[in-house]
Design a protein around this ligand. Structure first.
Ligand SMILES: [Zn+2]
Length: 630
């Protein structure tokens, strides 16, 4: 058994050396980005944090005060610099009539003075953080009502706080503007694959980790998501076309559609009278994700680059400042144009170079290993990989064009990890020999090989206890060297679970009930069908007509497959259930049985047993499944 303490000592020295080397290659002493982030300061964030209703803290930027120290050996110094930048928090003036609240949550709230009140852009992720930001706005700039809200895209860090700024009375809701197809994607993106995505998001955002020099330091596009109550109010106005001009509470907007880039429905906009361009999340002060490690449908990097270029051609002449819905603004016409061109080119470079290498016959891992970053990244901090990374994005581009299969027949049907692990351990001479190989790899600072060997031992199960502490050590040091805040979180979360097992963390308001209620019936039924257990459904044959509000659907289970057809009832159905969608939800999650919902106003005709059978055929998903162990 290798000496763990000795290997840890070896790794500490190697990580310190690797991180010192990073510091010599970049102009980390350049303060211009800090001046850009601090410019226009008006008011601080609440000094004692923003409490959540359950007595815990929804958000407190001061958890990151440790970042004021010099960079420790446990953090990549380029990431440390970015982490310091993202900690510059408060209410900031962008220009006359435009402000941003930054550091109140993961994203930015942008505030525009309208004729009669505040026009708010992207009211954060939770009710508490959005309300706290609006309170600082009103206290600092004078109390005004909210006259309109814009939601730039379908990701929850930009709309979960809606009720924190609208209140709960629908009669008082202001007009809410969103991109076309917003409703189709806001609720449904991630609903079918949601359990897997939610679990992996905990790794991406480090939700089980402390905020410290050995834990979470940054999330690239901000610090980390707030933990308050997530809400939703349906938008009332939809932007359909690029070039669409609107006057909203007396302020002129010109919109550009950016759907299919960073989010499936998204817009950017120009404030022509203020010469301010808001690039939403299409541009941020980091390389973004073509595919987030939490999992998502892969994004189109070519369209992304073209959309940024379209913004340059449409709005460039009228732009003196670029603001984003994450990170700090870019000041001045020339700097704004350089920023947009470099943001465009990092996605175009990743796209073209991945396909160049793929067309030369290389596979995803080969491409990721040989794809060098473009030279301009040594100067352009905002295009570096603090959120997405070049190797991960290159694999995503490959996936976009070719899928997961790399063309090698050996990979048509690879062995599952546990079986492969056991056989590799046996083939390499048994667990002690594999541990010795791993220790040698660590001594040679060959960490990916060490992690590969140790992961085989962990997945071989019987040998896992000896390998887990060593694999945790290797993952931790891979994390300490990462430039990307979220990839660091992924490594450190894996290390933590290898050492401590899977510890459920309390999720404060994790589920957005308002949003679930906004889900379309087809999306709801599709998500329910994903839970059909084919063994239990082997002999099942049933047809159920549903009436849900004004909607009708017919659900059939046959051939171990569940299918729903909207706007349709079947004459041969076994039963007809009339219920609300929240009653269906309660039946599906087991919080109510059929008698409960029938007492609450649902009606059932036909064969009750068919409905009971239907409900019994579905799995419940456990959020806390294993990722780093079998
Ligand atoms: Zn965002």
């Amino acid at each position: 058994m290798p000496d763990l303490a000795q290997l840890e000592n070896t790794l500490q020295q190697a990580t310190a050396r690797a991180n010192r080397d990073v510091a010599t290659t970049l102009a980390l002493g350049d303060r211009s980005d800090f001046e850009a982030a601090e410019r226009g300061f008006c008011a601080p964030v609440p000094p004692t944090g923003i409490p959540a209703p359950n007595g815990r803290m929804a958000w407190n930027i001061h958890y990151f005060d440790f970042l004021q120290a010099d960079c420790p050996d446990t953090v990549n110094p380029s990431l440390w610099r970015m982490a310091q930048l993202n900690t510059v928090a408060g209410l900031f003036e962008v220009c006359d009539g435009v402000w941003q609240a930054r550091g109140f949550d993961y994203a930015n709230l942008t505030i525009i003075r309208g004729d009669t009140g505040w026009i708010l852009v992207d009211p954060l992720m939770t009710r508490q953080t959005a309300a706290a930001a609006l309170a600082v706005v009103n206290e600092t700039l004078g109390h005004r009502p909210v006259s309109a809200i814009l939601v730039t895209h379908t990701h929850p860090d930009h709309f979960g706080g809606l009720k924190g700024v609208t209140g709960d009375d629908p009669a008082q809701y202001p007009p809410i503007y969103a991109p076309a197809n917003f409703m189709r994607y806001a609720a449904s993106e991630g609903i079918l694959g949601g359990n897997q995505m939610a679990r992996r998001a905990m790794y991406q955002f480090g939700l089980g980790l402390p905020t410290s020099a050995e834990g979470v330091v940054d999330g690239g596009i901000g610090k980390s998501p707030a933990k308050g109550e997530r809400t939703f109010v349906a938008p009332t106005h939809f932007i359909e076309h690029t070039g669409e001009a609107r006057s909203i509470d007396g302020v002129n907007f010109v919109f550009q559609m950016a759907s299919g880039t960073e989010a499936p429905a998204e817009f950017t906009f120009l404030l022509p009278d203020k010469r301010v361009l808001c690039m939403a999340e299409v541009c941020t002060r980091t390389m973004h994700n073509a595919l987030p490690p939490r999992g998502a449908q892969v994004r189109d990097t070519l369209l992304w680059a073209r959309t940024i270029d379209e913004a340059i051609t449409l709005f460039g002449d009228q732009t003196d400042t670029v603001i984003n819905c994450h990170n700090a603004p870019v000041w001045g016409h020339e700097a704004s144009m350089a920023y947009l061109v470099e943001q465009r080119d990092i996605y175009k470079y990743t796209h073209d170079q991945t396909l160049r290498l793929a067309n030369h016959g290389h596979t995803p891992h080969e491409i990721a290993a040989q794809l060098d970053p473009p030279a301009f990244l040594t100067q352009a901090f905002h295009a570096r990989g603090y959120y997405g990374t070049l190797p991960f994005n290159a694999r995503a581009v490959y996936q976009h064009y070719y899928g997961f299969y790399d063309g090698n027949p050996v990979n048509l049907n690879p062995l599952p990890p546990s079986e492969l692990g056991q056989r590799m351990v046996d083939a390499l001479g048994g667990p002690e020999d594999v541990l010795t190989l791993a220790a040698t790899a660590i001594e040679n600072d060959d960490l990916q090989w060490a992690a590969t060997l140790l992961s085989h031992l962990v997945f071989a199960e019987s040998t896992a206890p000896k390998a887990k502490p060593l694999l945790a050590l290797v993952l931790r040091h891979l994390g300490y060297r990462e430039e990307s805040g979220i990839m660091r979180n992924v490594y450190l979360s894996g290390a933590r679970e290898l050492e401590q097992g899977v510890n459920p963390v309390p999720m404060v308001g994790g589920r957005n009930r308002d949003l679930a209620a906004a889900l379309g019936l087809q999306d709801w039924l599709d998500a329910y069908a994903v839970r059909l257990n084919p063994t239990r459904a082997l002999d099942a044959e049933l047809i159920i007509n549903l009436s849900v509000g004004s909607k009708r659907a017919c659900v059939s289970v046959c051939r171990q497959t569940e299918f729903s057809r909207l706007d349709h009832h079947n004459q041969q159905a076994n039963a007809h259930l009339q219920a609300t969608q929240s009653q269906l939800e309660a039946l599906a999650d087991g919080s109510a049985d059929l008698d409960d919902v029938l007492h609450a106003g649902a009606t059932l005709s036909g064969d009750r047993k068919a409905v009971e059978l239907w409900l019994s055929l579905h799995d419940q998903f456990d959020l806390w499944f294993n990722l780093v162990t079998p």
